[in-house]
Design a protein around this ligand. Structure first.
Ligand SMILES: NC(=O)c1ccc[n+]([C@@H]2O[C@H](COP(=O)([O-])OP(=O)(O)OC[C@H]3O[C@@H](n4cnc5c(N)ncnc54)[C@H](O)[C@@H]3O)[C@@H](O)[C@H]2O)c1
Length: 336
């Protein structure tokens, strides 16, 4: 391993981690990936890929051994809104263990920089009650009132990063992702997010058929294409900024607009129906990017329509290959 460039990506079998590993390899890094599973849709570009349960301290020590100088800690138990509202205890416990043990193992093994992947779910729910919500600034996470379970554990892990910096001088970076989408993301099984779920539903619907979404569809979100996400991650790791930074676009859309955009890309005329009993998450959420622009001299800019066209094409083709025509079970209306 080139000692100077050894990088560990945890969650490398997952959506963002897989894309990040590929980009790091293109940039010439030596990369170790760690996860509970291998990537689902294509093999990893990592130099080494280890199957490890990172809730366990000895596995975190293994993952960070041997001259790893940067850790992108993306491993987490998570999914779309249906998943994160259903499993508060398990998600919180799993992620608290992963983050606490990964931080400590990284410190013990002399890692120089540790990036923690937080979420817009840390933002106070009281500030997200309207569909035409004001974009969320980093300081809107306090006074704390985050999403139950997933949001609380992310907010606490942000604090833990700050304590490690204060008590040990350990270099941490904190990224607050707003919804990320793109090819090679989970699109069925219950852990998928809204854009992937919409692409799957539209791909499986007959022209002039119906698609159902959770809620009245007027809830709003912004969505970031995965290439912007990976670019932002690398810029934040390279920056000197220690506090939390938003990483998302500020192109706000309703879930109805999202599904209509996908239908238009697919060239299908569809009737959208609404399941008002389904979970919707907060009413509106958008990213305020002034600080990101100031710190990074950059912000995510790939238009939703453009990223969705690529994502739809990939999901439609994956579905046609797997001949997956099973009935819908979990139907996310909006992710985090
Ligand atoms: N995708 C988004 O829209 C989004 C939004 C906000 C925050 N995030 C955060 O970004 C990170 C990456 O998200 P993603 O979309 O790639 O999710 P993902 O579910 O595709 O990837 C997470 C990976 O972590 C792995 N993992 C879970 N428990 C583990 C354990 N005990 N040990 C080892 N690996 C384990 C999973 O197997 C999975 O491959 C996560 O921390 C997530 O909370 C993502």
């Amino acid at each position: 391993m080139n000692e100077k460039k050894g990088v560990l990506v945890t969650g490398a079998g997952g959506f963002i981690g897989h894309h990040l590993v590929r980009r790091l390899k293109e940039e010439g890094y030596w990369v170790r990936g760690a996860d509970l599973k291998y990537p689902e849709y294509e093999s990893s570009a990592a130099d080494e890929f280890e199957i490890l349960d990172l809730r366990e301290m000895d596995k975190c020590l293994l993952a960070t051994r041997g001259g790893i100088h940067q850790v992108y800690n993306l491993a987490a138990d998570m999914g779309g809104i249906g998943y994160i509202t259903a499993y508060h205890a398990a998600i919180s416990r799993n992620n608290i263990l992963i983050n606490a043990n990964m931080l400590e193992a990284s410190r013990q093994n002399g890692v120089q920089r540790f990036l923690f992947s937080s979420s817009a779910c840390v933002y106070a729910q009281s500030k997200q009650k309207d569909a035409d919500v004001a974009p969320l600034k980093e300081e809107d996470a306090y006074p704390a009132d985050p999403e139950p379970g997933y949001g609380w554990e992310k907010l606490f892990a942000e604090e833990l990063c700050r304590y490690y910096r204060k008590d040990y001088g350990f270099e941490t970076r904190i990224v607050r992702f707003h919804n990320v989408y793109g090819p090679l993301g989970t699109y069925d099984g219950g852990k998928e997010k809204a854009p992937a779920a919409m692409c799957r539903k539209v791909a499986l619907a007959a022209n002039h058929g119906e698609v159902e979404i959770w809620g009245d569809g007027e809830q709003t979100r912004s969505f970031m294409y995965v290439d912007d996400c990976v670019e932002g991650l690398m810029r934040i790791m390279a920056s000197d900024y220690h506090e939390a930074l938003n990483l998302g676009t500020d192109e706000l859309v309703t879930i109805n607009q999202l599904v209509n955009m996908v239908a238009e890309i697919a060239g299908k005329k569809l009737k959208v129906t609404h399941d008002l009993s389904g979970p919707q998450g907060v009413r509106g959420r958008n990213s305020e990017n002034s600080r990101t622009r100031r710190v990074l001299g950059w912000e995510p800019s790939i238009p939703l329509r453009q990223g969705l066209a690529v994502t739809y094409k990939w999901i439609a083709s994956a579905l046609s290959k797997s001949h997956a025509r099973q009935p819908e079970v979990m139907e996310p209306a909006a992710g985090d």
